[in-house]
Design a protein around this ligand. Sequence first.
Ligand SMILES: C[S@@+](CC[C@H](N)C(=O)[O-])C[C@H]1O[C@@H](n2cnc3c(N)ncnc32)[C@H](O)[C@@H]1O
Length: 252
Amino acid sequence: MEKLQPTDDYAKFDPEWYLTNYVGTEEASINMRTDLTIYHQFFTQNNIRGKRLLDVGTGPSIHTLLSASNHVDEIILSDYTPQNRQYLENWLNGKTSHPKMMVDFVTSLEGRTVTAEEKENEIRQKVKGILHIDITSEQPLGRDYDGELFDVIITSYCFEAAVTDVPGYKRCIENVSRLLKKGGYLIIGVCLEGDTYQVGEFAYPTMNITKEQVDKAMKESGYEIIASDQIQGTPVDAQFQDFKSYYFFVGK
Ligand SMILES: C[S@@+](CC[C@H](N)C(=O)[O-])C[C@H]1O[C@@H](n2cnc3c(N)ncnc32)[C@H](O)[C@@H]1O
């Protein structure tokens, strides 16, 4: 990684830089295709279905929804930072599009023939809200949230960015789980054994956590892991972040 300014200030998080560099380039797409293949397999092979899905810490990227949206009726997006929520509003209103090669990639996994625009519009129709969330709070969606629980909660690379230690990671699982119906699915993608990731000129901290620590936190929070996959970091990732591997799982 180049010399960057350390910060934990999410007011400085640049959605455009993040989406372009982690999702929108040919180079980034090598890693992103792996994430998308894993999510596709999770949903199709485990018969995951539900009415309502919450995406926690969506950031500017709807990649987690590309497969998920086929398996639910309603979707709520959420993020901590106003600029990410604004970015998602612009996407929802059709002012921006998710990187086309990634949408097309998932369409090809599904064996469908819809265009990227049609697929994005299908997802947009299911999005019923973009909410502020703070996963460090016992009421992550705030006191005014109407309380309707979710059948599926999905979150990618978020908890480890929001807390600094393993007990904090476990509290995020517990806080978010208050929003999940009993018997629902919690699907997580987590960066393992690294300390930092780049957004523009800034280096954001992440907590250094192992697969064993994540599994233990899930088990202690009452989950059984019904599907999982782990991939090693690549030289492409090393350009912007320092994680050893990435772990994806479905908790029930
Ligand atoms: C590394 S980005 C991941 C974005 C996206 N989910 C993805 O996979 O590309 C981390 C996200 O966590 C969000 N975040 C940071 N602190 C948070 C908190 N306390 N509660 C909820 N989200 C938070 C950030 O705004 C950012 O969008």
